[in-house]
Design a protein around this ligand. Structure first.
Ligand SMILES: Nc1nc2c(c(=O)[nH]1)N[C@H]1C(S)=C(S)[C@@H](COP(=O)(O)O)O[C@H]1N2
Ligand SMILES: [Mo]
Length: 231
């Protein structure tokens, strides 16, 4: 019985959930598909270039595996989730940067997903070695529930900065347009788990209390949507 140790290893306001549910914002629950198709990423750079990459391009990078905890902003944490894929830093350095004219001017990255989800992150946060473009979970091809064909894994950032079903990645300077898929108070620009940056305008401890009661019904909504989808 080593519960206290387990507890102290958790970031502020999180609890260990027994499982790893399919989850997200309600409007996206029904945008589930059994098959989101093969990897096809559209990469665009603010200075002009746009190109597309497939799984074959990614396979040029070193494959890596990683077990990390997954923290949803609503306070549930799934411990020790085993991902495999490619480091974002390798993707950036080897597949994107060579096509950039002025990499130093890039500060923000916007991700767009096949279900219409959007998220943004600082490039500097994405270059941590624990940030992955993952295409495997638990030693198997990533399932649709958890983000097939490719998703971002950023363990130090809340789940909403871990977009599933990636379709496009845009590299921007300091100024860019981003329309968050959620109410603006729910979208913290950084969303670092250790600092409890759950959202904007309200402190993390308050958002904990607001979000926690919504977990159970959200999990159900996401499960049902999956069971009902035929294709
Ligand atoms: N495309 C897409 N990515 C998404 C979401 C979503 O609804 N659609 N929800 C986000 C949120 S809020 C969380 S907590 C995690 C949940 O990931 P999981 O379904 O693998 O548990 O995905 C994130 N990425
Ligand atoms: Mo979340």
């Amino acid at each position: 019985m080593n519960k206290p140790i387990e507890k102290s290893s958790l970031p502020p306001g999180q609890y260990v959930s027994g499982d790893f549910p399919r989850f997200g914002l309600s409007p996206y629950a029904n945008r589930y598909r059994k098959n989101f198709g093969p990897i096809r990423l559209s990469v665009s750079i603010v200075t002009g270039q746009t190109f597309s990459l497939t799984g074959e391009h990614l396979e040029q990078l070193v494959r890596t595996t990683q077990a990390s905890d997954f923290h949803c902003v609503t306070t549930w944490t799934a411990k020790n989730i085993r991902w495999a894929g490619f480091r974002f830093i390798d993707f950036f350095e080897q597949l994107v940067k060579p096509r950039m004219t002025n990499a130093d001017s890039i500060h923000w990255v916007i991700f767009k997903s096949l279900d219409g989800y959007r998220s943004r992150m600082l490039l500097s946060d994405l270059l941590q070695t624990e940030v992955l473009l993952a295409d495997e979970l638990d030693g198997k091809a990533l399932c649709s529930a958890h983000g097939a064909p490719l998703r971002l894994i950023a363990p130090s950032h809340y789940g909403y900065k871990n977009p599933k079903h990636l379709k496009a990645i845009e590299f921007h300077g300091r100024h860019y347009q981003f329309k968050p898929p959620l109410l603006s108070f729910m979208e913290h620009p950084r969303a670092r788990v250790e600092l409890e940056e759950r959202g904007r305008f309200f402190p993390g401890w308050l958002l904990r209390l607001l979000y926690r009661p919504l977990i159970r019904s959200t999990v159900r909504r996401f499960e049902l949507a999956m069971l009902e989808k035929k294709n």
